[in-house]
Design a protein around this ligand. Structure first.
Ligand code: ATP
Ligand code: FE
Length: 337
């Protein structure tokens, strides 16, 4: 079974080919056009997807070394995401499946982030989670603890009530003038800083839910006060600020995840989404694995932020399950896992 995956939910145009669960290619074209606006501009994103989609698919097929006639089905991200961006991938999938007379498979973008853990690098790759496992999904738009029961059955047991972890990284980075998206920059600077230098407020919320808007505000007010007495406070303390901020975000994430794992008596724990690229969070997973005997699953960097390989692998499992969709399918901007 050979699946072509298409991802176009936000600002990355991506196509990937997966054969029997093994990755053959994963081409990602990121859109630099948004950097100067400090965030993704939906109208520009959909226009860039239109320009990129055909060359990206072409490259994915070429790198996989296959002809389009060898593809069994085309899987695409139906949502959640930006409607104009999703429309480009959905429309492309419709045209492609009609032309080749092959089925279409809709994929939930959030499920795809979780299922990225099942992508095999080669036929002998057996490093995959066993069910049930917990997945911490941390991205630009989501922060959730997901109980994964099967390839198709997932339950959100905790989630953010306001900002996502990625948003907390990005918004605080913006305040420090570190550009967009700031998450990777904070990660890099944090390596040179002292995480114990500053403390920021942590939320007190019942259950397994998260909140990051209070941290953002506390960070902002702290800087505002310090800048009054020293206009170069940020410049002088960038590394310590990043290290302390990153530590606070990671502590918040790991605290709830640990509680959920303990209560549900689950020792197999994965992390997914763009923020799972963060080196501090990866180290925290290693530490919890050593301390509590967790079996952990950390994705390859290429599968952390948006990519079509995760869409193709999701499509593969749906294909095996006979889950196809009709040609009248429309994308949806908002949808749960
Ligand atoms: P969603 O999947 O919820 O729709 P999205 O697709 O926009 O959101 P991703 O592409 O999965 O999100 O992740 C992007 C986020 O990951 C950004 O907020 C970015 O700052 C963050 N990020 C990427 N690398 C790092 C890193 N090394 N450290 C911290 N954050 C990071
Ligand atoms: Fe995403």
């Amino acid at each position: 079974v050979t699946i072509l995956g298409i991802e176009s939910s936000c600002d990355d145009t991506s196509a990937a080919v997966i054969r029997d669960g093994v990755i053959l290619s994963n081409v990602i074209s990121s859109q630099a056009v948004h950097e100067r606006y400090g965030g993704v501009v939906p109208e520009l994103a959909s226009r860039a997807h239109q320009q990129n989609i055909i060359p990206v698919v072409h490259d994915a097929l070429k790198q996989a070394g296959i002809r389009k006639e060898e593809i069994s089905a085309v899987a695409f991200t139906r949502g959640p995401g930006l409607l104009g961006s999703l429309l480009v991938g959905t429309s492309f999938a419709k045209g492609f499946s009609s032309a080749l007379n092959i089925p279409m498979i809709e994929v939930n973008h959030l499920q795809a982030h979780v299922l990225a853990h099942f992508i095999k690098e080669d036929e002998d790759d057996t490093d995959q989670p066993g069910f049930p496992f917990l997945c911490l999904l941390v991205s630009g738009g989501n922060s959730q603890i997901i109980l994964v029961k099967s390839h198709h059955e997932m339950e959100i047991i905790g989630q953010t009530i306001d900002d996502a972890a990625g948003e907390a990284f990005d918004k605080c980075a913006k305040v420090m003038g570190l550009g967009y998206p700031g998450g990777p920059v904070v990660d890099r600077l944090a390596k040179e800083g002292n995480p114990g230098r500053f403390t920021f407020s942590k939320p007190h919320i019942a259950g397994y839910d998260y909140s990051f808007s209070g941290l953002k505000t506390s960070f902002l007010y702290f800087l505002r006060d310090e800048l009054k007495s020293d206009p170069d406070f940020i410049g002088k303390n960038k590394e310590d600020l990043c290290a302390s901020l990153q530590k606070t975000i990671i502590d918040i994430l790991m605290d709830k995840l640990y509680r959920a794992a303990k209560d549900l008596k689950i020792k197999e724990v994965a992390v997914a989404g763009g923020v799972s690229a963060n080196s501090g969070l990866r180290n925290a997973f290693e530490a919890y694995s050593n301390r509590y005997g967790w079996k952990i699953h950390i994705p390859k960097f290429a599968y952390t932020t948006d990519n079509a390989a995760m869409v193709a692998i999701s499509g593969y499992y749906r294909y095996l399950d006979g889950q196809f969709c009709g040609k009248d399918v429309a994308p949806y901007a908002r949808v749960s896992i």
